[in-house]
Design a protein around this ligand. Structure first.
Ligand code: C2E
Ligand code: MG
Ligand code: MG
Length: 638
């Protein structure tokens, strides 16, 4: 009579049922791997249940026909090894998750199949020979000489997993590495226990332990998923790149940034907006069987696909580009999106994941300057990026070493013939001594949060100059304000402190704004402007006529001066149309009680014509270029 202890198996059955419930509760992406794991969970449950049934049937063997018992037990033997085979295959798929070429996986699959086939033949042969198990003449279950053959097969499977893990460490994810660290010793220990105490049925325990280890480690994946679209997020993108690079994979990445998504949210509601983002992620994921999509930012997506040469890479980019030119349909909503694209191909370049993310970011930032633009990361983009980081470094140095200079360009007063105004212009040198234009470094300073320091330097210098000179000699100096400076919460209080600190009449300080700054948030701008004006400081509108101009802004805000842009002035004497426009503007602004400064005057002809037409001031190389403070003081004193 066989005497087996079933409590461990019953307990295992309960645990595995809990795991199944937990598995179906969670809303994971329905990937092929998830389906595979689902199969292994179900076969695990089946094997444990069948084991329990078999034990009962063996204990009632004298009541049941022998063939029923034989078939049932054989089925259990087949099922338990089927469980270990599916789990081994599932784990191998996870080990191959970050490797594009799957020939190794195919080989492994073949070996698993052959092993299992061999095992099936043994089980069939067992009916006749009893080499694995048999029922003796008293219908008592007996173990055959090959009773532990199943463990041998599991051992081979485990060994193959270990060998693959050791050989491909760099392309294996952290959770998978953890699984492969914990799993083998646990399986070996539990199997030894089972071999020592064969009467305490414990195969279910081993299966449950394996499943728990897998579930615990892959639960962390949820954090790496974007909750809205269930694609990867920024973090998992970085990790994926690290693993692909670790395994020397060649890949192509396409990033897409959608413009003005806010208008879609405003128009159709956030729910619809979210649905649309989900739709985009799903479409991207579906493009390539091996492709993975990620949501890197609110409205930024990345697609990572294996690289098979330039032709297919270009084709893929075209497909995506074209798709974005067509409408997206979500429920009743139909919208066409504006997007910009960045692309990068990595074919064994010595980059790391952080480099790649930076390259993509940069490509996208250039692409974003124009909608529908595609920027492929290449040598020239890399050079631009290097130049930019050089400029950023120079700015950091200049701030640290106090190396920014403020120069002044004298402005000619057409009525008095004196240079009674000036514009303060910041100057910075590159390490090689060449000048870097403020047009290049100011936008970067804004982007990298260095504008506060630069602003301080200019204001301090200008206020110092104003407090050292009399208003008879220098009526006013103007300071350029960038968008970020104007948006700064501290602007008004900073100016107030400067006016307290330096003794000069506030009207002598002028602030120059461009219309680009005003366009951002006109009501807010107007509020800040009137607060500053109440301190006595005046405003000038810079670069009027550069395409952003809009007369209503001039009417809305109180500018004491309007600066006609260089582009208007330089064509002034060339043709009649240009001169007619400038003359009309001079007339119009005078009627509006604004005084006009003509910028960028380079020739005598231009200067004379402008004076004839009644321009109030003239700024330009014809009279004077920007110069350092000392030279400027000598200039105006003369
Ligand atoms: P902006 O405010 O329009 O300044 C006038 C620019 O035109 C200056 O260039 C000046 O050197 C140049 N300019 C003046 N007359 C002539 C001329 O006859 N011919 C030509 N070709 N150019 C002339 P700069 O100094 O390179 O500054 C460029 C821009 O950088 C400025 O344009 C301004 O937008 C920005 N910027 C300069 N300094 C500062 C600053 O301290 N803060 C901020 N926020 N922006 C600044
Ligand atoms: Mg200016
Ligand atoms: Mg200007």
């Amino acid at each position: 009579m066989n005497k087996w202890f079933l409590s461990a198996e019953i307990f295992s059955l309960i645990i595995i049922l809990i795991l199944i419930l937990n598995f179906y509760e969670r809303r994971w992406k329905n990937s092929a791997q998830r389906k595979l794991y689902q199969i292994s969970l179900l076969t695990s449950t089946g094997a444990i249940a069948l084991n329990i049934i078999c034990v009962y049937m063996i204990s009632l063997a004298w009541k049941i026909p022998l063939w029923v018992n034989l078939i049932c037990n054989s089925a259990y033997f087949l099922l338990i090894v089927a469980v270990s085979t599916t789990i081994a295959y599932y784990l191998m798929c996870l080990l191959f998750e970050h490797i594009y070429i799957h020939t190794g996986l195919q080989k492994f699959k073949k070996i698993l199949f052959l092993l299992y086939l061999f095992y099936v033949i043994l089980i069939l042969y067992n009916f006749h020979s009893g080499i694995i198990f048999y029922f003796d003449e008293n219908r008592v279950y007996q173990r055959g000489p090959l009773i532990n053959i199943g463990y041998v097969i599991m051992g081979i499977q485990l060994l193959m997993l270990i060998v693959f893990t050791l050989r491909n460490k760099k392309s294996i994810s952290d959770p998978m590495r953890r699984v492969m660290r914990i799993l083998p010793p646990v399986i070996v220990l539990l199997t030894i226990y089972q071999l020592i105490y064969p009467d305490v049925l414990f195969n279910g325990g081993i299966i449950v332990a394996v499943n728990i280890i897998i579930i615990i480690n892959f639960q962390s994946r949820r954090i790496e998923q974007d909750t809205l679209t269930s694609s990867g997020n920024r973090r998992s993108f970085h990790e994926e790149l690290t693993l692909r690079l670790g395994g020397h994979q060649q890949f192509q990445i396409i990033v897409a940034a959608i413009h003005q998504f806010g208008t879609i949210n405003n128009r159709y509601g956030y729910r619809k907006g979210d649905d649309l983002l989900y739709e985009i992620a799903k479409w991207l994921e579906g493009i390539d069987a091996l492709g993975q999509s990620f949501r890197l930012g609110n409205v930024e997506f990345a697609l990572l696909v294996p690289y098979h040469g330039m032709v297919s890479a270009r084709k893929l980019l075209d497909t995506i580009h074209q798709r974005f030119s067509m409408p997206w349909n979500v429920g009743s909503m139909q919208v066409v999106l504006n997007a910009s694209f960045g692309e990068l191909i990595c074919a064994d370049e010595p980059w790391n994941a952080t480099d790649i993310m930076e390259f993509l970011n940069f490509s996208l930032s250039i692409a974003k300057e124009r909608k529908d633009q595609v920027i492929r990361f290449d040598e020239s983009v890399y050079r631009r990026m290097e130049q930019r980081s050089q400029v950023i470094k120079s700015m950091q140095n200049a701030i640290r070493e106090n190396a920014f200079q403020v120069w002044y360009q004298p402005i000619y007063n057409c009525k008095t013939g004196k240079f009674d105004m000036a514009e303060a212009l910041i100057r910075m040198k590159a390490p090689d001594g060449s000048d870097i234009s403020p047009e290049v470094f100011i936008p970067l300073a804004e982007l990298h949060g260095m504008m506060t320091e630069i602003s301080q330097i200019v204001f301090q210098n200008v206020c110092q100059l104003l407090s050292e000179t009399s208003s008879d000699l220098l009526d006013s100096v103007s300071v350029n304000l960038s968008m970020q400076q104007f948006m700064s919460k501290n602007l008004v209080s900073d100016i107030r402190h400067l006016l307290d600190e330096y003794p000069f009449q506030p009207e002598r300080l002028k602030l120059e704004l461009t219309e680009r700054v005003l366009a951002e948030d006109l009501p807010h701008m107007r509020r800040v402007m009137s607060e500053i004006e109440s301190l006595g400081v005046q405003f000038a509108l810079d670069d009027f006529g550069t395409g952003y101009s809009n007369l209503s802004v001039v009417l809305d805000c109180s500018f004491s001066n309007i600066k006609l842009d260089r582009s208007l002035i330089q064509r002034y004497t060339d043709n009649e149309r240009s001169s007619a426009i400038v003359n009309a503007m001079l007339d119009l602004f005078h009627r509006m009680n604004c005084q006009v400064i003509a910028e960028g005057v380079e020739t005598k002809e231009q200067a004379e014509a402008l004076i004839r037409q009644g321009a109030d001031w003239i700024q330009g190389f014809y009279y004077a270029k920007p110069m350092p403070k000392e030279a400027f003081l000598t200039f105006i004193n003369r």
